[in-house]
Design a protein around this ligand. Sequence first.
Ligand code: APR
Length: 172
Amino acid sequence: MTTTRTPRIELGHGDITQMRVDAVVNAAKSSLLGGGGVDGAIHRAGGPTILAECRELRAGRFPDGLPVGRAVATGAGDLPARWVIHTVGPVYGHGPAGSLADCYRSSLAVADELGARSVAFPLISAGAYGWPREDAIRIALTTLAETPSEVTVATLVLFDAETHALAERLRG
Ligand code: APR
């Protein structure tokens, strides 16, 4: 039976790679082969096994890359988490409407498949992909709060103090 429960939402502050959670979400690029921002931090802190698994995914399930709004898991290498869930956010102003919300929904669906109960999310698309922070925070909080999942705690991790304060205000 599909669940009707929804995750409890928490706000976190700082580096997502240090979170002691079951799964950490990566704001990846479609190639899955690493980059800057959260992606770079996760691959640096997690070590080479994450990239090796990403290369296997490219060789197998996703020869053309991971589509925007979709999510896929790898192990987490040296991170405290067990899994990394890679999702590709839309570049602001491009891509189908709703695809940013799709990232949060598909990441929770993958977390359910894994049996992850605590998941940390970065503010997807709000860095290199240019999404305005306030809108990105609203979409993250609304989607995480409304998506049925067996995940009990979803933590939205804001990297800097100003964005964290903004998220606190928007959550009310
Ligand atoms: N922990 C938590 N949040 C972080 C971290 C970190 N270690 N590093 C950066 N952030 C924040 C940024 O401040 C921003 O608010 O994560 C948010 C998302 O920024 P990006 O990582 O740039 O992600 P995105 O906008 O989705 O762009 C993805 O950037 O580097 C590339 O490979 C990546 O091409 C992909 C693109």
